[in-house]
Design a protein around this ligand. Structure first.
Ligand code: ANZ
Ligand code: ZN
Length: 821
């Protein structure tokens, strides 16, 4: 029989599979198409345990769908622009491409060894000119539609990396990459107008419900942050030489207008500087400097003591004419709503904290039955009745909101509005290793798009090492020959835009390119994309729950509007695999608990590691590597593999002639596996498969024996199901069973439903020895279940007519005797 050697099996099959090229879809419409995609990797080094888990999950789905007969697209590529390559290049006086493509080669070899059933012919890298050419082309379409634009804006700035950071790259006020405290700086930046799509991004989530993790949908909803409320305009009174002016606030609680006791503008907004009176200006300036050093999260924290400065101005409440002091404070954000608020300390905790810090009045206007916030220090936010509010008095909160909006609308000082937390997407980066922005700046013509036939705008090849070091401007600015060009419109002297795009732009459309990766006159042929997409199953980490998915959804909608795709959501189903932990904690250098994937593969073999990843827990849950047993997985694989030696009937033998009990187990396993796979319960499939292997072993050793056709059937089903999880072992078992390669194309075995029906027998129910009922019950019914069925029978209840029962004698499955008291 030989012994199971994973190393021999891997060495034997890997080259065979390369030859067979089993995983390129036929793509001719002869079979229904399905697309399964793992979030493409960043080439940070070799593959790690996290990749091993995610890709094992995606591969189960791809291999299962292939067994079902679908034409499956399961591509692979790399998200290969980004900062780490640039930092490595600076450190080693190299070009970022050297580090990037070396890592890609390493990862590609590991993916092949790991037996990912990918279509390698569609491989792409976002840093290849024939990919980023189309990223630029798409940018220009956005630009033409007014969806890409520039504006000055205070941005998060990392003083050490000398670059702009997106909000989510700021973690607790520090740069995600280098840990330096982040500051603010006003720069001219490129944006995508994603806010135009806020409503559609929300509404289109409806059909994803049930197919995407609920928490991801909730995170998207929160990020978009739709709030219904009103704009209300207050007049700021003139002060000496400063004229009167109107300032609008956004409020979700117009019912509380009479409770406004002061007014706050964002300290870092231009408005604050414009409003402040001469003698208070120095204090404001000092305050603004301290504010710029804080992150938005710190600013909004309810824990932090409230700070602020008085501007010397007063705002007039449009409903009651009251004069409210105008403050500048950091708890009001410049880029949310209008950057100004009416403060209602009785019903907003942040306002109340501020009022208490600066001894401002508190006036309750909604009586909720709780203690007056002026005394309790706790703002009340619940339902209640309006008080101290003129003609709103006596109304409920909801009615007062509506009434207050009517009142301000009638005055022309306000209107109903919807506000979003979502901001436009800041996409420009002052870095080298990214997609150059294909715009030329001309003194006469302004922003001029690079003509399509001049794309790609390639990165200059002569910059390397120190040239790429951050200097506050993009390193591209140093490539003078590259920068200085003729204006495509007027032929006058002009300069290229020297920023590159956020790498999230590259990854917002790669799943489309996979449908047609060699296309060289467009980003893709719309027909091909419409044939393959939306992606049927997307697999990736929850760390991408917000931005990557939101941006991809936005891109898809814009491309839909451009007529380039005929769907509006790119990913029909999403699976977030858990993390691989070690000792209950995420693996990290500082904890020293990292597990090296390569070493694990050398020690236990690819199949044992893949099987362990999938078997350890439901796919969404974390896997703690300290709790799993790859050697246990290896033992199971050997056990399954050994079945191959003991099957002595010829291939093609009719299983119908075989042992019925084993056949029942086989077909029950098949039916359960299909259902479980459909619901992503991969770990349970493996548990069922283990039972099948045990039952088969028993049939060989102490049952009908290895010559029984049912044993062959069981072993073949084992090979096919195993092929989803442990492709090398399954392939070898398949060969030992006398079949040519590849088990990956064997097809899902047909299910014989008749074998799922359990055998039944007739149970007799007696009362005091007299037969009173007969029940059809499963042959393997337990005593308890049979007792319950008997006592529950209507016939028996009638016979007992309410009498107490002394004893019930049960002889499963055939007899129950009930003795009344
Ligand atoms: C008066 C008021 C009274 C408010 C009350 C709340 C309760 P969401 O739901 O998150 O949209 N706000 C508006 N703009 C702000 C800014 N730039 N920075 C900080 N806070 C801001 O929150 C909307 C509410 O947050 C608004 O409604 C406003 O305070 C505040 F009893 O107006 B409210
Ligand atoms: Zn020009």
């Amino acid at each position: 029989a030989g012994t199971y050697s994973f190393a021999d099996i891997e060495a034997k099959w890997l080259p065979v599979w390369e030859q067979l090229n089993t995983f390129t879809p036929v793509d001719d419409g002869s079979r229904e198409r399905r697309y399964v995609l793992d979030m493409f990797p960043y080439p940070s080094g070799d593959l790690h345990m996290g990749h091993a888990e995610a890709f094992a999950m995606g591969d189960v789905v791809a291999r299962y769908w292939r067994q079902l007969g679908y034409d499956v697209l399961h591509p692979i590529g790399w998200d290969s622009f980004g900062l780490p390559a640039e930092n490595a290049a600076i450190k080693h006086n190299a070009h970022p491409s050297e580090w990037t493509y070396a890592n890609i080669d390493t990862q590609a070899a590991s993916f092949k060894r790991y037996a990912i059933s990918a279509d390698w012919s569609r491989r792409l890298h976002t840093s290849d000119p024939d990919y980023y050419r189309w990223t630029q082309w798409l940018f220009l379409r956005f630009f033409e539609k007014g969806l890409a634009y520039r504006k000055d804006h205070p941005v998060n700035w990392c003083p050490r990396d000398q670059t702009v950071l997106a909000n989510e790259q700021v973690v607790n006020g520090a740069c995600e990459r280098c840990g330096s405290p982040v500051t603010k700086k006003s720069l001219n930046q490129w944006y995508f107008r994603i806010t135009d799509y806020a409503d559609r991004l929300l509404e289109d989530m409806e059909p994803l419900t049930g197919h995407w993790p609920e928490r991801v949908l909730a995170m998207q909803r929160n990020w978009i942050g739709r709030s219904e409320g009103a704009h209300v305009t207050f007049t700021i009174e003139a002060d000496d030489d400063l004229p009167a002016r109107d300032v609008t606030v956004f409020t979700t609680r117009p019912d509380t207008l009479h409770g406004a006791t002061f007014f706050v503008v964002a300290a870092d907004a231009d408005l604050a500087a414009e409003l402040v009176t001469g003698e208070l200006a120095p204090a404001l300036n000092r305050y603004r400097e301290s504010v710029n050093a804080l992150s938005d999260i710190e600013r909004q924290s309810t824990e932090r003591e409230k700070t602020g400065v008085f501007t010397g101005r007063y705002a007039v409440n449009p409903l009651n004419g009251e004069k409210l002091p105008v403050w500048a404070a950091d708890y009001v954000l410049a880029d949310y709503g209008t950057g100004a608020i009416m403060a209602v300390p009785a019903h907003d905790q942040r306002d109340l904290d501020f009022a208490r810090a600066f001894e401002l009045p508190v006036r309750m206007v909604v009586d909720t039955g709780e203690e007056d916030p002026a005394f309790s220090g706790k703002a009340t936010i619940g339902e209640g009745t309006l008080v101290n509010s003129g003609e709103l008095n006596g109304l409920t909160k909801e009615a007062a909101i509506q009434r207050a909006i009517e009142l301000v609308a009638a005055q022309g000082t306000g209107e109903r509005t919807v506000n979003y937390r979502l901001r436009d997407w800041l996409l420009s980066r002052q870095r080298f290793w990214g997609t150059p922005i294909p715009i030329i700046h001309c003194g006469a013509c302004g922003e001029v798009p690079v003509p399509d036939d001049q794309l790609p705008v390639r990165l200059p090849s002569d910059l390397r090492g120190e040239d790429l070091a951050p200097k506050g401007t993009s390193p591209l600015a140093a490539a003078t020959e590259w920068v200085n060009v003729q204006c495509p419109q007027c032929s006058g002297p002009a300069t290229r835009d020297t920023d590159t795009m956020d790498t999230f732009v590259d990854s917002s459309w790669y799943y489309l390119r996979f449908a047609d990766p060699q296309c060289d006159d467009a980003p893709f042929d719309p027909d091909k994309v419409n044939q393959w997409l939306p992606v049927g199953q997307y697999v990736g980490g929850v760390e991408h729950a917000i931005l990557h998915l939101l941006y991809s959804r936005f891109f898809t909608k814009v491309l839909f509007d451009l007529g380039l795709v005929n769907f509006t959501e790119p990913f029909s189903a999403l699976l977030n695999q858990g993390q691989v932990l070690n000792g209950g904690k995420a693996m990290s250098k500082s904890l020293g608990n990292g597990v090296n994937l390569g070493e694990q593969l050398d020690r236990y073999g690819v199949d044992a590691i893949r099987l362990t990843m999938v078997f350890a827990s439901p796919p969404e849950d974390d896997v703690d590597w300290a709790d799993v047993s790859p050697s246990g997985s290896a033992k199971f694989l050997a056990r399954a593999w050994r079945l191959g030696a003991d099957v002595t009937s010829a291939p093609g033998t009719d299983p119908a002639l075989g042992d019925r009990a084993l056949r029942s187990v086989t077909h029950r396993t098949l039916a359960d596996a299909a259902e479980l796979l459909h619901n992503n319960k991969f770990n349970v499939v493996i548990a069922k498969l283990m039972e099948l292997v045990n039952a088969t072993r028993k049939a060989i050793d102490s049952g009908p024996g290895g010559a029984d056709p049912a044993v062959r059937e069981a072993a073949e089903v084992t090979a096919v199901i195993l092929s989803l999880f442990a492709p090398y072992t399954a392939e070898d078992l398949w060969e030992r069973l006398g079949h040519p390669a590849s088990v990956a194309a064997a097809g899902w075995p047909p299910l014989d439903e008749s074998l799922l029906v359990q055998d039944t027998v007739t149970a007799v129910v007696q009362v005091q020895g007299k037969v009173r009922d007969r029940l059809e019950v499963p042959a393997d019914i337990t005593e308890d279940a049979l007792r319950e069925l008997a006592l529950g029978s209507a016939q028996i209840q009638r016979t007992l007519a309410g009498r107490e029962i002394r004893t019930v004698i049960v002889r499963a499955p055939k007899l129950v005797n009930i003795v009344p008291a």
